[in-house]
Design a protein around this ligand. Structure first.
Ligand code: HAM
Length: 424
């Protein structure tokens, strides 16, 4: 895949005609690999009863402010927002808010529960580009609406783990935490503030702000000094005595029980709080040590209040999204689809008919369009790695025949076209 571009202070005309910083062209061998993985995802989701949903790439800005949360970096610093008339619109920074908006607007709460949806597509965040972090990136995600059971959490986690196992992703770990309901967090806030207050002067500016606005988010800080403070024994012990309600703890224990029974390894990470405001109860991330600093390939959790917050009826929900660029960086060799037949010809009408019939039987077929001599056309077939070459010259076209050559063995036969199509 092409690298993320670097900009220089003075932009030449050529630079402005190149792709913008933090974006990528996906093509050639990469696109074949992407398509393979996307079709594997679709198949797995469809087999488990998830249905695709396609929502707009931009929405009203307010949807993300209310959905993702006004206090989050994503909304505060990273959205591509523009005005059209009296409307404020934003390119979607993530998929969940749009899917929930659609769930409410399209009356999906009246569908039989659970409603299981999946999506794929580009997302946009104005972040500083680096390896594994783009301004336009792609997510594949799934959301399950209507159930507040541990089994629902376990199913969505399992969907991700099984997908990654199928793709043989290396060095993965599942980190999981329980962040409770907003009420649980009110209790957490006051206790946590007491614990942190003596250290306040040493904390970074962001954490000092979050101390007042959203102390839970302090645990997400990457600053080493702040991290060291939150790892101090008294704070660590406070965090590890789960601050959530009994109901939340029972729910979480139920999720863990299923993961244990399925022998899915996980690590309880009491510091995992996620960067979006809508989560309740279970949150999780799947990381790989092969990814460097941006090591999360998938993140998600339960969000029981979001549907209501966005104007719908009370509807619990849970889901996740994976980053395709990060996933593809972890995926090794994938099976390649060879070219089954290359048709060498100067009789294009006949050749196209034959190609149609073969493609209808799911063969991969290419017809030579060059008008060059058959020798050159054979060279092209070999270059493309075709397994077999079909030759249709004037004589074959007139006799309803074709010549078939196996490029691996060199064997060559003449067949009646109709009989060949019957037996192929
Ligand atoms: P998120 O953790 O913000 O969650 O993003 C999910 C995944 O998208 C990340 O784990 C990462 O792989 C990828 N990703 C995020 N930002 C970038 C970026 N700038 N460049 C490349 N990849 C990136 C969500 O978006 C939630 N909507 C997930 C969810 C669904 N929760 C419940 N349902």
């Amino acid at each position: 895949m092409a690298n993320t571009q670097e900009s220089t202070p003075t932009k030449t005309r050529k630079e402005t005609l190149n792709r913008p910083k933090g974006t990528q062209d996906i093509f050639g061998n990469d696109i074949e690999r992407w398509e393979y993985v996307e079709s594997l995802c679709r198949l797995q989701f469809q087999n488990a009863g998830y249905q695709e949903i396609r929502t707009p790439a931009f929405e009203h800005t307010e949807l993300f402010e209310r959905g993702v949360g006004e206090g989050t970096d994503i909304v505060n610093k990273e959205m591509y927002t523009f005005e059209k008339g009296d409307r404020r619109l934003s390119l979607r920074p993530e998929g969940t808010a749009g899917v929930v908006r659609s769930f409410v607007e399209q009356g999906m709460s009246r569908w039989p529960k659970p409603v299981k949806l999946y999506y794929m597509g580009p997302m946009f965040r104005y972040e500083r580009p680096q390896a594994g972090r783009q301004r336009q990136f792609h997510q594949v995600g799934l959301e399950l609406f209507g159930l507040d059971t541990p089994a629902a959490d376990a199913e969505v986690i399992l969907m991700a783990m099984r997908l990654f196992q199928k793709l043989n992703l290396p060095n993965l770990s599942l980190e999981i935490n329980n962040i409770g309901t907003p009420e649980c967090r009110e209790r957490f806030k006051s206790n946590f503030r007491q614990h942190v207050e003596p250290h306040l002067a040493t904390l970074c500016e962001d954490c000092r702000t979050r101390y007042n606005t959203n102390p839970l988010r302090m645990l997400d800080c990457k600053n080493p000094t702040c991290k060291a403070v939150y790892a101090e024994p008294d704070i660590k012990t406070f965090l590890e005595t789960d601050f959530t309600s009994e109901d939340c703890q029972v729910h979480f224990a139920g999720v863990i029980q299923i993961l244990d029974a399925l022998k899915i390894p996980y690590r309880r990470n009491f510091y995992l709080v996620r960067g979006l405001d809508y989560y309740t109860k279970t949150v999780f991330e799947i990381t790989s040590t092969n990814l460097g600093a941006q090591n999360a390939v998938c993140g998600g959790g339960r969000y029981n209040r979001l549907v209501e917050d966005l104007g719908g009826p009370e509807t619990p929900a849970v889901g996740w999204a994976l980053g395709m660029e990060r996933l593809m960086a972890l995926v090794g060799e994938l099976p390649k689809r060879d070219l089954d037949f290359y048709i060498v010809t100067d009789q294009h009408a006949v050749a196209f008919e034959l190609a149609d019939a073969l493609r209808g039987q799911d063969y991969k077929v290419d017809v030579d369009l060059s008008g060059k001599g058959f020798g050159k056309q054979f060279e092209r077939a070999a270059k493309l790695g075709a397994r077999q070459v079909i030759t249709i010259g004037e004589a074959e076209a007139q006799n309803g025949e074709l010549k078939l050559k196996n490029l691996q063995t060199g064997e060559q036969f003449t067949h009646k076209t109709a009989a060949f199509l019957d037996q192929v």
